[in-house]
Ligand binder design. Structure first.
Ligand code: ATP
Length: 390
């Protein structure tokens, strides 16, 4: 799903109201009936509403749903992107959109700029897009998921990322400065860097290795385990060669029942990577779970910062389901980024009701042993040009 912002400046105030109405209506309607869109938008006269509906559908921000019992529309990823961008533009967080610099399994990364031209990173969470392609085959798995689960879950993922980044940054951890969050998008500082995965040579591998191991210990002493601490999620600053950590979907508390396992896996990922890539093996045994001493409670602090335990559980459960689907479908789904606009009928396959049935702890067991290898290799260096105004 490419972010095409060409139409954003041409939408009228009425179009925005109608788009917002479709978003609001889809909170409890799989397919939002046209009369409801009209009612929520508060616009007088059917002709204006119909004109806006047709404008929005033409540029793919909403999609007419065929085969439904009644005539209706649903919001597309594009529509949600526009709503989020509009919020950022109004808040003056974003002025222009540049190149896409990353396509992850579950996010798209763009360079954007504010009015002064300062460049930033926009991360658009797109949870579940891979699994959508095979959603029919996996009916049972998703039957009880919310109609708008991709929107809701992508928003939770953005909220989680923003909350963690904020708490970590405020406590002196090397993470990008979080700038803003709206719907399923996070805006953050652009780090002049390469992902460790792409770095071909490093001046001082033992130092970087030691820095990373002490980071794992620092996280743990503050009550946290990254859970996906690998060469894809560590950026190496171009000038200083200092590490900057990104991407926190798997982050868990050291009180998690599987904490030791996740901690050991983070350590092992770094060991394996340094041995393979730089031929470096430390003489020291490396950080040991037994040496972790809690001196802080960032795991608790993050819950108080706007991302609740309940939301964390909802998100973790959904991530586990998606991981299971992807695992089951193997290569068929792997890396196949589906565009949800492709298939008008898929909405039917998603049930309703976002229940939170049990009290399970977040579980990272879906990650395979070699989770260090899980990500797609994408063009990930942030180019500094091509920023166009939206
Ligand atoms: N703040 C940043 N500054 C510079 N580059 C960044 C920044 N954030 C992300 N990137 C680039 O985008 C790439 C992908 O980012 P990230 O790991 O957060 O998402 P993802 O891996 O695409 O998501 P997923 O885990 O769902 O696959 C990074 O490897 C990095 O090259």
């Amino acid at each position: 799903m490419k972010l095409d912002t060409r139409a954003i400046r041409y939408l009228t105030a009425e179009d925005w109201r109608v788009l917002t109405a479709v978003e609001m209506g889809s909170k409890n309607h799989e397919v939002v009936p046209t009369p409801l869109i009209s009612q929520i938008s508060g616009l007088r006269g059917a002709s204006g509403v119909n004109r806006s509906i047709s404008n929005l559908a033409k540029v793919g921000l909403i999609a007419r749903v065929k085969n439904a019992k009644y005539d209706g529309y649903r919001l597309t990823y594009g529509g949600l992107d526009y709503l989020a961008l509009n919020t950022f533009i109004k808040r003056k967080s974003i002025y222009s959109i540049g190149n896409q610099v990353g396509v992850g399994k579950e996010s798209d990364i763009y360079v954007v700029a504010d009015e002064s031209g300062k460049q930033r990173i926009l991360k658009i969470h797109r949870l579940g897009r891979i699994s959508f392609r095979t959603v029919k085959a996996n009916r049972d798995y998703l039957r009880n998921r919310n109609a708008a689960s991709w929107m809701y879950m992508s928003r939770l993922a953005a909220m989680k990322e923003f909350a963690f980044m904020k708490v970590l940054k405020d406590n002196g951890f090397p993470v990008p400065t979080p700038i803003d969050q709206a719907r399923h998008c996070v805006l953050m500082e652009l780090i002049d860097s390469y992902p460790l995965r792409q770095v071909t040579s490093i001046a001082d591998p033992p130092k970087l290795y030691a820095d990373l191991m002490s980071l794992i210990m620092r996280f743990a002493s503050q009550g946290l385990i990254h859970g996906d601490f690998n060469e894809f999620n560590i950026l190496v600053h171009e000038e200083t060669q200092e590490p900057v950590v990104i991407d926190f979907p798997q982050m868990v508390s050291i009180d998690h029942p599987n904490a030791e396992e996740y901690f050991d896996r983070d350590v092992q990922c770094i060991k394996t990577f340094f041995a393979r890539k730089f031929g470096f093996e430390s003489e020291e045994e490396g950080p040991d779970w037994k040496d972790v001493k809690r001196t802080g409670k960032l795991d608790v602090e993050v819950e108080a910062s706007g991302f609740s335990k309940k939301q964390a559980k909802e998100l973790d459960k959904y991530l586990q389901q998606i991981a299971k689907l992807n695992e089951r479908d193997g290569d068929e789904a792997g890396g196949d980024v589906s565009d949800e606009n492709d298939d008008d009928q898929e909405e039917e396959d998603r049930g309703s009701g976002m229940e939170n049935e049990d009290d399970e702890q977040p579980d990272n067991s879906n990650l395979s042993e070699d989770s260090c290898e899980m990500k797609n290799e994408a063009e990930t260096r942030a180019p500094r040009s091509g920023v166009t105004s939206v």
